[in-house]
Every structure is written in C-alpha cells, then in structure tokens.
Design a protein around this ligand. Structure first.
Ligand code: SF4
Length: 389
C-alpha cells in the first residue's frame, strides 16, 4: 500500500482580523473586496489579487501595481503616490500591513562566496535561504536565491539534513517572497534567478509557492524571468500533474537519484507513495503538454548510484524522453554518504554518455563550509548542529 505523506496545507494571505494571530485564515468578504477592520498583507498577493482586495477603497489596477512595486522592490509602503489622493492613500495605509522577516543570522563562505541567511517569520520555527553568486561573466554579476518553502520537510530523504528535522509548517507566500526581498536588499548585484530548492517540498505547499513565484516574476514586482524560476520536487505526482495542468511558465526539476524503485526507496521514502512508474508517467505527460525538456536531479552517492549499471537503468527508464540530467554531489554532514571520487565521476559520466545520450550537467553545490550546500539546510536539533545554524 502506498504510504500517506503527511501534509498540512494552509490558506495563507486571505483576510485576517487585525487582532487575530498572524495568518489565521478567515472567509473572504464581499467577493474578495475590502471589509472594514481587516488587514491585507502585502508581498502575499499578486498585483491583480491586491487590486481585487483594495478596489473597494478606490484603488485602481495601476495604483495596485505601484503598491506592489513599492512593497516587493523597495520594501516600503509609500507615503505619496502620483495620481492617488491623500484620502485614498490614508485608507490604504490603514488597511494593509507590510510584513518583514527577521534576519537571525548570516554566514558567507570564505571558499566560494555562497551566503546563508537564517530567518524568522510569523509562525513557528526558523528557516534558511542561500544566495548563490554567478560571477563568472565579467560585468554581468548576478545572484540566484535558493528559497525555502517549508520549515523542515515531511519527506525524510536519507541524504538530507532538512528531512531529518521533520516537518513543522508550510511557509506563507510573503515569507518566501521576503527571503528574496531581504537578500536583494543585502546584495550588491541583482537577483536574476530563484530556485525553490531550500528547506521543504514545494509541491506540498503548492498554492503558496506558485503565488510566491508569480509575485517574484511580475514585471511590477521583482521581475525575475519566469524561466529563471525553478520548482524542485522529490516526486509529488499530484503536484506535478497540477503544475502541468496550470500551464505555469516556471521550470520543473524532479529529483530522481535512482532508476529502480527498490533502490530509490532506500534514499527517498516518497517512492512508496509515488512509485517511479507513476512519477515517470507524470513527467512524460508534462513534457508532452509543455514541449519542455524536463530537468532531472541526480544526487550522486559513491558506490550507490554512480555505477555503469545505474546509467543503463536510467537510460531504460528515460527511453525516448528528452531530459537534462543535473549531477549534484551529495553533502551529508553525518558522513554516512560520500560523493564520488574524481575517477568514479569520470567513469559515471562516460557511462551516461554511452547509454543515455542526453545532456548531462554537473551542478556545483557550494557553501559546504557554512552548511549551505544542497541537503545541508537545517535549523533544529541535531540537524542544526550539523547544519551550523
Ligand atoms: Fe525534503 Fe528536499 Fe530534503 Fe527530500 S531533499 S527531505 S524533499 S528538503
């Protein structure tokens, strides 16, 4: 029997009483329009949603976009807006709240410039985001931000410190948007990409993650190109199918790491709930519907999934499906899993070239010295000690 995956979904960002706890959902009044005494959270709605909420106060679509730009790009609530009367602006200021994460810690790798930020939001638990420098083109310096979507993670992948934390809660959209806003404010160069590959499984917090991605990509928001925003999943099949049906412009990355069910389940318990045949059917349907080459992530573990047999099995699993395979070294602070040696990696790449014949990229997962690399984010208990947060 498939194992049920624990998941607490939350309705973030809808109407809340000012005196109620943060983000306790309330019914939408008046078809989504403003009701007196309620607070609209900025950074938690797309510009269109913000317009719908504030239209009863006299806010036009254009003004909503300006408010969104002020909140997301400049992290402020304007005291003056052209073409908006003082009366309307006063009503708006009274009706909205501009939430901010609290920065609890920041560490920068002396080795490669990766930076890890530890944040506190409005709910239980701390979470991390990583700033990835892309400095290889002179004059075109920029960053990618790796964002967390949950505090902890319920999926418990064997090689992941976040998985060892267990699950605490889903993050609200604004808590994801503000990771990027805060990091951009702290950075010399622009953020040009966002990857939902930090703590948590994004497709188990689907609505809030997709809303955050939309806010970050809006021209009036952070204006990150949609194709430079990636959602990474360990293989939540209903989420992949929904992502496909919603025709979202963002990139999908599926973490595979083994091409045989029994071996994958040793690493990724999600395999019991969504086995490889079901997962690959959803991936193939995604490709058929979008025409996009799916990115598959392969966390390399020495002696486990870097043999020639793994390349042969993978080629069989992917037959006829255009993919890009991202190879990532495992980063396991417990020492249980080791990345392949240079010789082992070379042999695996040769085997992939021979049997798979699809593009293969080795992804550098930096910041290992500050526990910011893939699989190392953790903020509680023993995992935190390993993660150094
Ligand atoms: Fe969760 Fe991703 Fe870690 Fe797996 S690798 S436990 S899905 S955060």
């Amino acid at each position: 029997m498939p194992r049920r995956i624990p998941h607490r979904s939350r309705t973030s960002g809808d109407w809340e009483l000012r005196l109620s706890g943060p983000h306790e959902p309330m019914a939408i009044h008046g078809g989504g329009g403003y009701t007196w005494g309620m607070t609209v959270w900025l950074k938690d709605r797309t510009a269109d949603e913000l317009h719908e909420a504030l239209a009863p106060l006299g806010v036009t679509r254009r003004t909503a976009r300006r408010l969104q730009a002020a909140a997301v790009r400049r992290d402020l609530l304007p005291s003056h807006l052209p073409e908006v009367s003082d009366q309307v602006l006063a009503r708006v200021r009274d009706a909205v709240r501009l939430p901010r994460l609290v920065l609890r810690d920041k560490r920068v790798s002396a080795r490669d410039g990766f930076a890890k930020y530890l944040f506190e939001g409005e709910g239980q638990g701390l979470f991390e985001a990583v700033r990835i420098p892309l400095l290889h083109r002179a004059g075109k310096d920029r960053y990618v931000v790796c964002v967390s979507s949950q505090v902890g993670c319920p999926l418990g992948c064997a090689f992941c410190a976040t998985g060892r934390m267990g699950f605490t809660r889903d993050l609200a959209s604004w808590e994801m948007v503000d990771q990027v806003v805060r990091i951009q404010a702290d950075s010399r160069y622009p953020v040009r990409g966002v990857v939902f590959m930090g703590m948590g499984e994004p497709l188990l917090n689907y609505e809030a993650v997709v809303r955050a991605a939309r806010i970050l990509s809006e021209p009036c928001g952070m204006a990150v190109a949609a194709k430079a925003i990636s959602l990474s999943t360990a293989g939540i099949v209903p989420g992949i199918r929904r992502f496909t049906a919603d025709r979202l412009p963002f990139r999908l990355v599926v973490s595979l790491s083994a091409a045989v069910s029994a071996r994958r389940q040793m690493l990724m318990p999600v395999e019991a709930a969504h086995p490889l045949p079901e997962l690959m059917a959803a991936v193939r349907d995604h490709h058929a519907a979008t025409g996009r080459r799916v990115v598959l992530a392969w966390t390399m573990i020495s002696g486990f999934n870097t043999r020639e047999a793994d390349a042969v099995e993978l080629a069989g699993l992917l037959a006829g499906l255009p993919v890009t395979l991202d190879l990532i070294d495992v980063n396991d602070a417990t020492g249980r899993f080791r990345p392949p040696s240079a010789e082992e990696l070379r042999a695996f790449r040769d085997a992939l070239r021979k049997h798979l014949g699809e593009p293969v990229a080795r992804r550098y997962s930096g910041g290992a010295d500050i526990h910011a690399a893939c699989g190392m984010l953790a903020t509680t208990g023993a995992a935190a000690e390993q993660g150094g947060s």
